[in-house]
Design a binder for this molecule. Structure first.
Ligand SMILES: Cc1cc2nc3c(=O)[nH]c(=O)nc-3n(C[C@H](O)[C@H](O)[C@H](O)COP(=O)(O)OP(=O)(O)OC[C@H]3O[C@@H](n4cnc5c(N)ncnc54)[C@H](O)[C@@H]3O)c2cc1C
Length: 321
């Protein structure tokens, strides 16, 4: 298999989940020198250099005017250029907002099949077989490809292991001209918190409607500081203005897959669980023993979060010395 991986970056910092995709590519390609990565951005030399040790045999870079910020038309043209140069049989990316945007466009352009948001991926001969959560994570579908020259697939973050490997990839600059695009970036609104993005966080502590105010999220922030966690929220908390939209976990928020997810004062609606049920360990804190969140929790604490969380934070502080 010849596998091309689209590597994502933000502000010239590599997205960790892209390394997971690169490791999957390495496993699919075996020992042959058949893995390439494509990086697009403004100033990406440090990223292309970093990729050498992560399983890519070739790194294609596309930079310059029109590529500093994400623009689906220009990014599709850049990835397309790498496809034409490398002729892959498989193109992998992340099931991120960017991946969701640009991958279907590329697949359509190549009249090719696409499988999205996979949590398992293997090769049967030259054909990919993946596992995809469906119906808000209540069922899993095995998906495969037929009658397609290129197989496009996006992978869920934090599911696959990023194995660093030795290597010294050749870096090739691709000369791609940004189109006189119909799309223009007018404004970039940045997430103000310096915390790890929810989709990449190893530990998440989320608050729901029960928090009752934006101020009350302080107790989650304190716990998060001790735990090294990122703070998330239910939609009810976001809609009430207690938390910002980029903190929302769920069907219309972010899909997360941390090692530990703590849900505080969250009932466990289908829509919330759609975004977090594949977390490796789930802890629920809720006053209602019948709350649906307890059905998927590994550990449940029936109690008032305003009492439980400060005790938890204090105990963790003591444990950490
Ligand atoms: C199309 C659509 C998309 C949606 N997308 C999302 C989404 O992406 N994410 C999302 O989260 N929701 C989403 N929702 C909303 C979802 O249906 C729920 O309304 C929402 O998840 C409820 O949030 P909650 O659990 O914080 O609030 P509630 O359901 O009101 O639950 C609050 C919980 O807090 C408990 N509680 C109360 N006081 C305390 C206390 N002191 N200590 C501990 N526990 C306490 C209660 O027992 C209760 O279980 C969507 C809905 C629709 C229709």
């Amino acid at each position: 298999m010849k596998v091309l991986v689209f590597i994502e970056q933000r502000e010239n910092t590599l997205k960790k989940a892209s390394l997971e995709a690169l490791s999957v590519a390495r496993n699919l390609a075996g020992s042959s020198a058949n893995v390439a990565a494509v990086v697009i951005g403004g100033s990406i030399d440090s990223i292309t250099a970093a990729l050498k040790g992560h399983g890519a045999d070739t790194v294609y870079s596309v930079s310059g005017a029109g590529f500093e910020n994400y623009n689906v038309l220009n990014y599709a043209a850049a990835i397309d250029s790498a496809i034409k140069t490398f002729s892959p049989t498989v193109v992998l990316g992340m099931a991120s907002p960017m991946g969701r945007d640009v991958f279907p466009r590329l697949a359509a352009r190549h009249d090719a099949g696409i499988a999205t948001d996979l949590i398992e991926l293997k090769a049967e001969g030259e054909t990919l077989v993946g596992l995809k959560p469906m119906y808000a994570g209540k069922a899993y579908a095995e998906v495969t490809f037929q009658n397609t020259k290129i197989q496009f697939a996006t992978l869920r973050a934090n599911v696959f292991k990023a194995d660093a490997t030795d290597g010294s990839a050749a870096v090739t600059k691709l000369d791609v001209t940004a189109a006189d695009s119909k799309l223009k970036t007018v404004e970039i609104r940045k997430d103000k918190s310096a915390k790890v993005d929810l989709t990449e966080a190893g530990i998440i502590i989320s608050g729901g409607r029960a928090l009752g105010s934006a101020d009350a999220f302080k107790i989650l922030n304190e716990a998060a500081d001790v735990l090294g966690a990122t703070v998330g929220a239910s939609r009810a908390a976001v809609d009430a203005g207690y938390a910002s939209h980029e903190m929302q976990v769920g069907q219309t928020g972010k899909t997360v897959n941390p090692n530990l997810y703590i849900a505080a004062g969250i009932s466990g609606s289908i829509q919330h669980m759609a975004g977090m049920r594949t977390s490796k360990v789930i802890v629920a804190i809720n006053t209602d023993p019948e709350a649906p969140i307890f059905k998927i929790a590994n550990y449940g604490i029936v109690g008032d979060l305003f009492q439980v969380i400060p005790i938890l934070t204090q105990k963790l502080k003591e444990l950490r010395g």
